[in-house]
Write a protein that binds this ligand. Structure first.
Ligand SMILES: *Cc1c(COP(=O)(O)O)cnc(C)c1O
Ligand SMILES: [Zn+2]
Length: 409
């Protein structure tokens, strides 16, 4: 089956561009391009009750994907669990809390969604070499899917990226470079290299297809809630692609009838106090963010000083009557431990930031009694081995049985 995609549209000036040629950002104003679909035909082609016989992967939403089904580059992308979390919810003060656990995807983060669709589309368009800057996990995901598609992949990341992620990326055969600074400095290198060597620039929102993969988080969530939306979605925000993707997903799902026309949800962007450009812009009532000087947080995936799509994130937050909140690294670390101990969920620091943000908003009364809240755990804590905490194992002397009675959660 081929795609219902009809064209690309600039998110700033709305000019159209062809979808069947390599395209990066808008030629007029550098705006990210969005894939647009023939929603009328897509609606006629597929009613939502048809999902019951489809495979439980992100490819089941193919009417609203830009790729042809025969060309899939896949490592098996399961629907991720939407877990209830009653004890964690009690700790946070949120009775109706669910955690969507993206750590079960290939490469251990939701970045696999963007890479599956992004690499499939790059391959369809005849790309042979792609390059991207990354805070870590996108590099790993594109390296894995790039290897699967037999492409050359160049990844540039900050020299502070967690070691496991750097090694993982190399293990997929990508050419990995580290630079001082953040993803911003890595991005400058990639843009220079792509213009010199003619490589495909797979940077966040500089190619239009990664977001189409991330969009499937939104379809899946709505699908798992029987095509309803939760009151609040809490999302740890770096480049903002996941949030923009879900926002786009819900618009499209309403248009083709998978969701009710009036279905809505409030989006929350959570960042670290050490790098909170979107929170600051939201609080200051601005339409775009300013680059955050000296970004610092151990939640590597949200260490993004300036997002190309910041204006779209801010629009989504305001139009959905959502908000943005910053949390400290100490709060993040504490939530990693709480999630592990209360529910057996080994959340990544970014997911823990989401939990910390939800806690703050609940205390402030912004999240109201009884509201259904979904927090995204965007990756597995295993990728952040050096940040895992808990009691150190105790060495046992021969013959010793020093065990005591103890209360568990
Ligand atoms: C990339 C990343 C994020 C931020 O995602 P965006 O959609 O770019 O805002 C959050 N968590 C993890 C684990 C990530 O790798
Ligand atoms: Zn434009």
């Amino acid at each position: 089956m081929t795609s219902f995609a009809t064209h690309l549209e600039c998110s700033r000036c709305q000019e159209d561009f062809p979808v069947d040629q390599i395209a990066q950002v808008c030629k007029n104003d550098g705006g990210p391009l969005f894939v647009r679909y023939d929603l009328v035909r897509a609606k006629a082609a597929f009613p939502k009750h048809g999902f019951s016989w489809r495979e439980q992967t992100l490819w089941q939403y193919r009417e609203l994907l830009p790729t042809s089904d025969d060309n899939r580059v896949s490592l098996g992308e399961p629907m991720t669990p939407l877990n209830e979390a009653p004890r964690l919810g009690a700790a946070l003060g949120i009775a109706n809390l669910k955690v969507k656990d993206e750590g079960l995807l290939p490469t251990g983060t939701f970045k696999a969604r963007g890479a599956a669709i992004g690499v499939t589309r790059a391959k369809e368009l005849g790309v042979r070499t792609l390059a991207l800057p990354t805070a870590g996990n996108a590099g790993a995901a594109w390296a894995a899917y790039g290897a699967r598609a037999h492409l050359r992949v160049i990844v540039v990341m900050p020299d502070t990226t967690p070691d496991v992620i750097v090694r993982e990326t190399s293990a997929y055969g990508a050419e990995v470079y580290v630079v001082p600074g953040s993803i911003a400095q890595a991005g400058q290198v990639v843009r220079g290299a792509c213009s010199r060597y003619g490589w495909y620039d797979a940077s966040t929102l500089r190619e239009p297809y990664r977001i189409e993969g991330k969009k499937t988080m939104g379809f899946e969530l709505a699908h798992q809630l029987e095509w309803r939306l939760p009151d609040v979605i809490v999302y740890p925000t770096g480049g903002g692609v996941g949030l923009i993707g879900m926002w786009k997903a819900f618009q499209e799902a309403r248009a083709i009838g998978w969701l009710d026309a009036n279905a809505k949800t409030r989006f929350v962007a959570v960042q670290s106090t050490g790098c909170a450009p979107i929170v600051k812009a939201f609080t200051d009532g601005r339409g775009e963010s300013e680059s955050w000087p000296d970004p610092q947080t151990f939640a590597a995936g949200i260490r993004v000083p300036k997002a190309l799509g910041d204006f779209i994130v801010l629009r989504a937050l305001r139009e959905s009557e959502g908000t943005a909140v910053a949390v400290t690294d100490e709060e993040i670390a504490a939530q990693m431990r709480t999630a592990g101990e209360t529910e057996g969920m080994l959340v990544c620091p970014e997911g823990a930031a989401g939990l910390a943000g939800a806690t703050k908003l609940r205390r402030a009364g912004w999240i109201r009694d009884g509201e259904q809240v979904v927090v995204f755990n965007t990756g597995t804590g295993l990728k952040y081995a050096e940040s895992l905490q808990g009691e150190r194992p105790r060495r046992l002397d021969e013959g010793a049985l020093p065990f005591e009675e103890r209360q568990v959660y």
